[in-house]
Design a protein around this ligand. Structure first.
Ligand code: G3P
Ligand code: MG
Length: 423
């Protein structure tokens, strides 16, 4: 197996307090987890940053994996990409096999190799850096924004296009801050709108804290140019009322009504998962369900069709984004300057993970190999709507499957080369 020597190119470290749009875009960057989770390090720049990072993540902690020796080699032949909810995490807790799967990728396998990997989740609601700090704790290893994409990550590319935008979803002010971090210049939230006119939502009143955090402005003079649903709505009724008001407005001015209902701003969703895998035994409705609901409601109220746009998996653009991220991660962290022959994508949702991987595989230059696990949305024994290349129980089985498959490919190639078997 062709390998490259690991080491030599130390990734830049980043804390949530230092994370900037540029920093997150540039990679490779390592989010610094709290000190008690860190392997011995010579980094001296961590002190203040660690405190900030610690405040962002409040789950209980467990010890981090000891560092793998530097002589471990890194394969340049293949890589892994992981979905998160239902594969690695469920309801904020790691799926039991996930920690061992990560260790296996980091060299604890019978071949003594490291395998590069990235994370590609439709989830969101916090900055990429903040989410990586949290994931680092959950999986007991360092996860960098340079190897992480969430549902709203590609939305940063829209920041130049629109001036004033409505950002919906997530906890408190978090998504406003994410959007501002992406470079959006003027971000309005549903809270701002309710603060300005509490009659907007007859059954929702702002809490004192929401009232304090919401910003006052004159909406009669505010043209909202686009609506971005960054994360799951915490209050469907009031969020949908506000989105509907804007969609029916004259050019994005609240309080106005269009005659033809054709003048409202565009709506973007960070993904389209109708259901997802949380802590409940059964799947829970997600952002895709809100999208369906909004489109149906618009039709019921106006008689017109509403066209909305979703980012995230299974969109090809998201997988192209992932390809670029993986390429940069492998180059800058592992000094590998060529694409992997195969990327193993491990997911639990046939409609997003398996569909996206299979469709991307059709026109990617390398092979994208879909593996479906049974720890999330997909239920063993049912027929998935999109067929994976392999179905396994857990993420650990998925990692073993990819490693074994690669081993067999290499073995076969060497037997062909030495004339033991023919092609
Ligand atoms: O809300 C997040 C969920 O819909 C899916 O996340 O990690 O399974 O892509 P993930
Ligand atoms: Mg999932």
């Amino acid at each position: 197996m062709l390998t490259t020597q690991f080491g030599g190119n130390t990734p830049r470290r980043l804390s949530t307090s230092e994370a900037t749009r540029e920093g997150i875009n540039m990679g490779p960057t390592v989010v610094v987890p709290p000190k008690h989770l860190m392997a011995p390090s010579d980094a001296s720049e961590i002190a203040a940053a660690l405190e900030t990072a610690r405040h962002h993540v409040e789950e209980p902690v467990s010890p981090i994996t000891p560092p793998t020796p530097h002589e471990t080699t890194v394969t340049d032949k293949y890589a892994f990409a992981f979905d998160i909810d239902g594969v690695l995490i469920r309801g904020g807790r790691p799926i039991p096999e996930a920690v061992q799967a990560m260790k296996m990728l980091n060299g604890e396998n019978e071949y003594g190799i490291k395998i590069p990997y990235i994370f590609l989740t439709n989830g969101g609601g916090k900055t990429e850096a903040e989410r990586c700090v949290q994931l680092s704790k959950q999986l007991e290893l360092e996860v960098s924004p340079g190897q992480f994409i969430c549902g709203h990550t590609p939305m940063r590319e829209m920041a130049e296009k629109y001036n004033t935008v409505l950002v919906v979803g997530g906890e408190g002010e978090k998504c406003r801050h994410v959007a501002e971090g992406y470079g959006f210049k003027d971000v309005v939230t549903p809270g701002d709108i309710i603060k300005d006119n509490q009659d907007t939502t007859p059954f929702r009143k702002l809490t004192p804290e929401e009232y304090k955090n919401s910003r006052s402005r004159n909406f009669a003079e505010t043209k909202i140019e686009a609506i971005f649903v960054f994360a799951d709505s915490r209050d469907w009724a009031s969020d949908q009322q506000i989105i509907l008001d804007l969609l029916m407005s004259k050019g994005g001015y609240l309080g106005t009504r269009s005659e033809n209902f054709n003048e409202g701003p565009p709506v973007f969703f960070s993904h389209n998962d109708v259901v997802w895998s949380a802590s409940h035994d059964l799947t829970r409705i997600g952002m895709g369900a809100l999208r369906v609901s909004l489109e149906a409601m618009f039709k019921a109220v106006t008689g017109k069709e509403l066209k909305t746009t979703a980012f995230g998996k299974p969109q090809i653009g998201t997988f192209e984004f992932a390809t670029r991220l993986l390429q940069r991660w492998r180059k800058e962290t592992h000094r590998i300057d060529s694409p992997p022959d195969t990327v193993y994508f491990v997911g639990d949702t046939p409609e997003s993970d398996i569909r996206g991987t299979n469709e991307y595989n059709e026109h990617a230059q390398n092979s994208w190999y879909s593996i479906l696990v049974c720890t999330g949305v997909y239920q063993a024994g049912t027929k998935p709507r999109f067929q994976p290349r392999a179905t396994v129980d857990t993420v650990l089985d998925a990692v073993k499957h990819g490693i074994e498959r690669e081993y067999k490919k290499t073995l076969r190639a060497s037997l062909v080369q030495t004339g033991v078997i023919s092609e």
